[in-house]
Write a protein that binds this ligand. Structure first.
Ligand code: IDP
Ligand code: MG
Length: 137
């Protein structure tokens, strides 16, 4: 079984979309294997998004990601990395397909409600950033 990291970003938590997002994952047959709410410091958000440090939106993105609590989850299932990306929709909500989380709820290219790992290697690193092995059931 494959695992991936999902995050409900500060905009999603503030707008009370936690239940809606989890419902979409579970409705697609995905299992939640770990879940926690955390409020990242700016330094922690910068570490998490270090791969984007050269991008013009890095400062703004990491300010946003540390602006309020987030919900981090480990999702488990067959092909769950790609399945989660399909349920999330395109990064830019204007290009996201109808029925995807970002199409239905995002308000901005940055404030796009959810994060999802994009490949097996990043999934492994991102899961370890938030969870130790005892916390993954
Ligand atoms: P992803 O979240 O769909 O994997 P990435 O390219 O990895 O997209 O970008 C990470 C996050 O950075 C996005 O989810 C979004 O919040 C933000 N972001 C991406 N591109 C832009 C941009 O052009 N302007 C502002 N924020 C952006
Ligand atoms: Mg990404």
């Amino acid at each position: 079984m494959e695992k991936t990291l999902s995050i409900i970003k500060p905009d999603g938590v503030e707008r009370k979309l936690v239940g809606e997002v989890v419902k979409r994952f579970e409705g697609a047959g995905i299992r939640v294997a770990a879940m926690k709410m955390v409020h990242l410091t700016s330094e922690q958000a910068k570490l998490f998004y270090a791969v984007h440090r050269e991008r013009p939106f890095y400062e703004s993105l990491t300010d946003f990601m540390s602006s309020g609590p987030i919900v981090a989850m480990v999702l488990e299932g067959d092909d769950v990395i790609q399945k989660n990306r399909d349920i999330m929709g395109a990064t830019n909500y204007k290009e996201a397909a109808p029925g995807t989380i970002r199409h239905d709820f995002a308000t901005d290219i940055e404030k796009n409600v959810v994060h999802g790992s994009d490949a097996p290697e990043t999934a492994k690193m991102e899961i370890a950033f938030f969870f130790n092995s005892l916390e993954i059931c």
